[in-house]
Write a protein that binds this ligand. Structure first.
Ligand code: KG4
Ligand code: ZN
Length: 333
């Protein structure tokens, strides 16, 4: 019987490994971030990311296993992010996971990174099914109807930029550096979110899709026309821009709960660290009488505990992967 799963994550710029028991009990969670390396380039450089993963992956796995108080031979199965993500980065984690599975003679499962973000919630909460999941990260903004630990129906997604990408691109326009989400979040706390009326794209459409590229362009035009001359102006721009993102995310999620008549919502992914998104969603879903679950920040950003958790639930259903599966950079649906 499978109980203890080693999760491995290397889809972008974090090398991570974690040991999780029964999909819920996190025994260790090690994340080695490459942010300092990519910061000077203003974004993740794929070639550098792959090389850094190669350097870090074995020490990170060793640490995760030792922090869990076990030996590799005591792990029951290996789960790894198969995609979507940067192909060279994914291949590092996938190759190591396959090698471990083969050499230890343990089951192996490749998982979808976006679905895995949703699974982070099971480590801290018992969420009743079905639930609506809003997955907001640097690469994805998607709404799923989740019927079971392994059954995901994609009901909405971004048509262009992801919410995290909208934060990161705005931070670049404002000269705040990379990654921008947390910086805008901090500056926005002293700003007036009503000061500038940035557009709320797609809000009027009868779909659960998002679009953020127009919002970023309107910020670009705004600062070209109105050069920033004071700290307060910067605070107000950050707060107003952030409000436009939060507003669309929360509104679309509320509409999805109404359309599908669902009483439970999970918000996850790196952007779920955003303090304004956490605050507004708490308030609105309370008013709507809907249970809201958001993982703690360390489980919102990329980690391998979420990978181990989804891997466990897939393996429990017999959804083992064969050793010839390949990494995928995007999803077709
Ligand atoms: O989930 P994640 O770690 O990686 C991906 O799968 O993309 O998400 C990273 C994204 C970045 O775009 C980052 O700017 C954003 O999450 N982020 C935030 C905050 N913290 C991280 N965005 C808004 N507010 C935050 N506090
Ligand atoms: Zn992610």
């Amino acid at each position: 019987m499978i109980s203890t799963v080693l999760g491995i994550e290397s889809s972008c710029d974090e090398t991570a490994a974690s040991v999780v028991k029964e999909g819920k009990y996190m025994l260790s969670n090690v994340v080695s971030s490459q942010v300092a390396t990519h910061e000077k380039f203003g974004g993740v450089v794929p070639e550098i990311a792959s090389r850094k993963h190669i350097e870090s992956i074995i020490p990170v796995i060793e640490q995760a296993v030792s922090k869990a108080g076990c030996r590799l031979s005591e792990i029951d199965a290996i789960a790894v992010t198969q995609g979507p993500g940067l192909i060279g980065s994914l291949m590092v984690g996938l190759s190591v996971a396959k090698a471990l599975s083969f050499s230890l003679d343990k089951p192996f499962v490749g998982v979808n990174h976006i679905e895995a973000h949703t699974c982070a919630v099971h480590i801290e909460h018992q969420v009743p099914f079905p639930f609506i999941a809003l997955v907001v990260s640097g690469g994805h903004t998607s709404i799923y109807l989740v019927n079971d630990f392994t059954e995901y129906v994609l009901i909405g997604k971004t048509r262009d930029d992801a919410a995290g990408e909208a934060f990161d691109k705005a931070a670049r326009i404002l000269g705040l550096g990379y990654p921008g989400g947390a910086k805008i979040d901090t500056l926005a706390r002293k700003g007036n979110p009503e000061k500038i009326k940035f557009p709320r794209p797609f809000m009027d459409r009868e779909s659960f899709d998002f679009s953020y590229s127009g919002l970023k362009t309107s910020l670009l035009y705004y600062v070209k026309k109105n050069p920033i001359t004071s700290k307060q102006e910067m605070h107000d721009i950050c707060a107003s821009y952030q409000e436009a993102i939060v507003d669309t995310l929360v509104n679309k999620t509320v509409s999805a709960t109404k359309y599908y008549n669902i009483k439970n919502v999970v918000i996850c992914g790196g952007v779920a660290c955003n303090s304004r998104l956490r605050e507004v969603s708490k308030e609105i879903f309370k008013k709507e009488n809907i249970n809201l679950f958001i993982p703690s920040p360390q489980l919102c950003t990329d980690n391998a505990a979420m990978v181990a958790s989804l891997g466990y639930f897939r393996l429990k259903k017999g959804l083992e992967s064969s050793l010839d599966v390949e990494a995928f950079s995007t999803i077709s649906n």
